[in-house]
Design a binder for this molecule. Sequence first.
Ligand code: PMP
Ligand code: GLU
Length: 387
Amino acid sequence: MAESETLMMAKKARALKAQGVEVIALSLGEPDFDTPDYIKEAAKQALDQGYTKYTPVEGLLELREAICHKLLRDNQLEYNVNEIIVSNGAKQCIANVCLSLLNPTDEVIIFTPYWVSYFHIVEFAGAKPIKLYAGIDQDFKVKPEQLEAAITENTKLIIYSSPSNPTGSVYSKEELSALAEVITHHEGLYVMADEIYEYINFNETPPSIATFAGMKERTITVNGMSKGFSMTGWRLGYMAAPKWIVDACSKVQGQFTSGANAFGQKAAVTALMQDPSLQSYMKDKYLERKKLVKPLLETIDGIRTNDPEGAFYFFPDVSSFFGKSNGKNTIKNADDFVEIMLTEAHVALVSGSAFGDANCFRLSYATSNDLLIEAITRMKSVLDTYN
Ligand code: PMP
Ligand code: GLU
């Protein structure tokens, strides 16, 4: 199995920092906010109350009830507690689903650019990942006719994230409806909708794909605490799906890791039962940063960006730099671009090749305005030396 490229770049940036190099790390997709105090307090209380033991594999009943409440409140989705499973991060939900659902001849259509781990998890599960590419000219969003053309009799699962990591694109209600229309015409086809950036959406939040006619029985909705509540280190994710899929995931998880951590689950109950507007200061800050970063990136000749509607990433196209040299180094592809940014500008990014698009790089803007300005200024001055 390949190493996660996002985590690898984060490791490289940390190693350079440890050598005293002033690296600005825009590589890891991780909120820079601390977990809100009211959530931390709930975890401390839970520890004192003795939530220090194994929990049911599928998660505390109280948390699964809170998740059902959240899904109804925010997504108009009605689920029973036995259609919910809590895992050690959304990442584990994705792995559980792939390991339980996929067989060797199955094809999985992954909307590309994709979040790095989808591809590797599908391969690890023994199925065949099929990249369905949508470039910057279509805001990185797959069109229904493209999806229709990619489906074969072996297609079992479709995976996408919206808001998207790495592009920040968001599928609108109309776009989701058109995709759902295609999907419901094929028997035995499932969708894993990764909604982990749900709360980091700069416009009105579109409905979940599971709300469209005929979709609920075919949809696995993945979400988690990492992004919306800034709880990456707590390792708490969850999914809602038909009971038979949840039961299969529960078996896999029961053998691999058991239930997620007990006191964290109690804190997640508190978080999910609150009005989501309590966290909207984070989204406001991301939007402010997006508005700062876009024009700054556009001051660099040859960089093309879309206008992300959610998450906290830019995924600029830098193909116009390919072939350019400073007399010493040549930028042949996105991997070189990112390497040169790290070694010459001391800015850590992730190559688009990790996400299935070798023309682009990913920049996470979940950091301070000052660091963002400094990073892009450094990038520009290095790129000015390449002709
Ligand atoms: N899906 C997407 C699109 C992500 O960006 C991430 C963040 N790593 C995950 C899933 C996994 O999140 P978690 O921290 O809950 O495992
Ligand atoms: N979602 C983050 C990213 O894409 C976390 C890193 C990871 O889990 O791979 O950078």
